[in-house]
Write a protein that binds this ligand. Structure first.
Ligand code: SD4
Length: 291
């Protein structure tokens, strides 16, 4: 039976390997995507996701994450959550609730504590040093706060035909406290429908959410486009639109997979991603800025 996963950035590769193994053993798309994202969250040297993620301008690590079940379209999300090792697991548990399934800030953190999620000081000494150095640099020269930030976003398809999507990020380095990007927002950072397929985004959240691009890609797939056609048709005209209205567009990279396991990607930067399925061992691939 067909199964597969696609995820953003090189950092997702070990998680994709693990998720692909699980899918091969007929585990669920939900378990596979959570395991994939947990791997990235736990690794201390990825500066933009989970433990070791870079903090906001006050030195506080605030995480955003989401989980979506493509069968019942259930969504759970957290934003600005603190000191929780696996934000995506909190999001997955929230997805089981009909009410109160998207929590922010203190309410999200409190929910994690009350439900026995692993709590840890997410600001590693390394991340603290990078933050301190950046504070000094900012005093010396005017710097763009958006610098080298990546979200892990993934789509999984299991052998039963179920799909899931999830994201996790510490968001923009030096962001203002309380700033939330696209990653926990359904339709922008992610979307999945097991009857069609799913998509996930990484890039500048403030621009990504103007286009609801993950939903747009799924909508185009539902109309019959391949994942690659859907990515191309959703992403590049929207980048042009932003360029026309603002003179520029943020960095955008989107990945998609349909219910048959075919995948696509669109990006305006050099972008690495990882794909694993029943036809090939997981590989890291590189996409060049399109179209
Ligand atoms: C955000 N989309 O918070 C995230 C950050 C990111 O590549 O993915 N950067 O806006």
């Amino acid at each position: 039976m067909t199964y597969g996963t696609i995820a953003t950035w090189r950092m997702a590769h070990e998680g994709v390997i693990k998720a692909t193994e699980l899918l091969k053993k007929q585990k669920s798309a939900g378990d596979a995507v959570e395991t994939l994202i947990n791997r990235v969250e736990a690794y201390p040297y990825y500066k933009s996701v989970g433990y070791g993620g870079l903090p906001n301008e006050q030195g506080v690590v605030e995480m955003d994450a989401a989980f979506m079940n493509g069968d019942d379209l259930a969504i759970g999300a957290v934003a600005g959550i603190q000191n929780v090792k696996h934000a995506v697991s909190v999001a997955r548990k929230l997805s089981k609730l009909h009410f109160n399934s998207f929590r922010v800030g203190e309410g999200a953190t409190r929910y994690a504590i009350q439900n026995d999620f692993e709590m840890v000081n997410m600001l590693t000494p390394r991340a603290k040093k990078i933050w301190q150095n950046r504070l000094l640099e900012i005093q010396e020269k005017k710097l763009d706060p958006y610098d080298g930030h990546d979200t892990v976003g993934a789509i999984t398809l299991d052998q039963q035909g179920s799909m899931a999507a999830a994201t996790s990020t510490s968001g923009l380095f030096m962001k203002k406290p309380g700033r939330i990007g696209d990653s926990p927002l359904s339709g922008s950072g992610f979307y999945v429908d097991s009857e069609v397929g799913g998509a996930a985004a990484t890039g500048l959240g403030e621009d990504l959410m103007k286009g609801c691009l993950s939903y747009e890609i799924v909508r185009l797939m539902a109309e019959g486009r391949t994942p690659q056609q859907a990515c191309d048709q959703a992403v590049y005209p929207f980048i042009e639109k932003l360029q026309k209205r603002y003179g520029k567009a943020g960095e955008f990279s989107l990945v998609a997979m349909n219910k048959a396991g075919a995948w696509g990607v669109a990006t305006n930067v050099e972008f690495t991603f990882s794909v694993g399925n029943d036809k090939q061992v997981p590989v890291i691939l590189m996409a060049n800025p399109g179209p």
